[in-house]
Ligand binder design. Structure first.
Ligand code: LMR
Length: 394
């Protein structure tokens, strides 16, 4: 049977994790995979998460099935967090899914059932896993202009012109906040225009919300999602709890659908649950239960928000430090964009040869397209990193 197979390409982000781990240099720097790191370079379990887990273990009485849509309290709490009161809940349905990726997957399958072979428009560039998820679901992928390599900001006019030309058979995949890989994001005013364009053309917005709270704040980062879903009759949202709750390996996410009315929402949800049952039957519970316990308890929620705010402040601080260090050394504003970007990533806009040189010469690991994870910058080595970057681009 397997004689017919040829080797599949590796995933460039996860492959780099392995390469970094195998590098024996003690002064190596990991700016690769999108995982938060603290001052000690570790990815700790949040204190609020630890406390929630203690409560769960103390109270747990059963491991029986929860049902195809997963943990109901979690679903409701995530809707509050992501959507607030931006849309009438009678039109909204949610199913817990394994991580942001699992949520994207089941929603792509739903699109394929509704419109086989529909086109999903993704930003240029986008998270490298978006294309395979869409294509493996039988959908077409096309790109809309997004990152401006000159300014390292968003090519907004070109983006909007493309969106304005779409129609009812198109799906537009948007990063709700903290664009991955670029770090360049839409302003609120630009979100308003995107929402108006989608409302005009009837293209279906599909929002990937994997970094809520990592940009400017929980409410600030939800602006675009809430604006879009309040402006259109139908929308999809893939939520991830991997980053903002640091629950990466627990695989906790949510697939959210907004339909024209309650009756259509029920029909669409029945298809979504049918897809899930035929794929993995039901989602795992532990991560979802942690998030439910945190979000439903005012004290734990406050503690989680304090921890999240500290992570965000640290990333913004590291952005500023790196861009200041480069400016001091080079006397140029060329890397000031690092401080202006938001979220975990910045796309530096360096050729792959420079990325490879930094890895070989300095043990500085970043994704091949020159995406850096700012949370991976060791604070005491910002100067070394600035020196290495400037030497490499000379
Ligand atoms: C990333 O972009 O580095 C993260 O979302 C991890 C992943 O699964 O790719």
């Amino acid at each position: 049977m397997f004689d017919t197979l040829t080797k599949a390409p590796g995933d460039k982000i996860l492959a780099l994790m392995g390469e970094y781990a195998a590098d024996s240099r003690t002064d190596k720097i990991d700016l690769g995979v999108g995982v938060y790191k603290d001052e000690q370079g570790i990815t700790p379990i949040m204190t609020s998460v630890k406390k929630a887990e203690q409560r769960i273990f103390a109270a747990a009485k059963t491991k029986t099935y929860l049902g195809i849509a997963g943990n109901k309290g979690y679903g409701a709490a995530v809707l509050d967090l992501a959507l607030g009161d931006s849309v009438d809940r009678s039109r909204v349905r949610v199913a817990q899914a394994p991580g942001g990726t699992g949520s994207l997957w089941v929603l792509m399958q739903l699109i394929h059932r509704a419109k086989p072979g529909a086109t999903v428009w993704v930003s240029d560039p986008t998270w490298p896993n978006h294309n395979p998820i869409a294509e493996n679901s039988g959908l077409q992928v096309k790109t809309y202009p997004y990152f401006d390599a000159e300014t390292r900001g968003v090519k907004f006019e070109q983006m909007l012109a493309t969106l304005d030309g779409l129609g009812k058979d198109d799906v537009v995949l948007l990063h709700g906040c903290c664009h991955n890989p670029t770090g360049a994001n839409l302003s609120d005013a630009q979100w308003d225009q995107v929402a108006a364009s989608l409302a005009r053309t009837g293209a279906l917005p599909f929002i990937d919300l994997a970094y809520l709270g990592f940009g400017d704040g929980l409410l600030e980062d939800a602006y675009g999602t809430r604006k879009v879903v309040s402006s259109v009759p139908e929308a999809l949202v893939a939520f991830s709890g991997s980053k903002n709750f640091q629950l990466y390996r627990e695989r906790v996410g949510a697939a959210i659908l907004i339909a024209k009315n309650a009756a259509q929402a029920d029909v669409a949800q029945s298809q979504l649950l049918n897809i899930i049952r035929g794929a993995y039957s039901q989602p795992p519970d532990h991560g979802a239960e942690i998030i439910r316990v945190i979000l439903e308890d005012p004290e734990l929620r406050a503690e989680w928000e304090t921890e999240l705010n500290a992570m965000r402040a640290r990333m913004i601080g590291l952005r500023q430090k790196l861009s200041d260090a480069i400016r001091q050394r080079s006397n140029s504003k060329d890397f000031d964009f690092i401080a202006a970007h938001r979220g975990m990533f910045s796309l530096l806009g360096l050729p792959n040869s420079v990325v490879e040189h930094l890895k070989a010469t300095n043990g500085v690991y970043m994704i091949g397209d020159s995406r850096i994870n700012v949370a991976g910058i060791p604070e005491e080595r910002v100067g070394d990193l600035a020196d290495a970057l400037l030497a490499a681009i000379k």
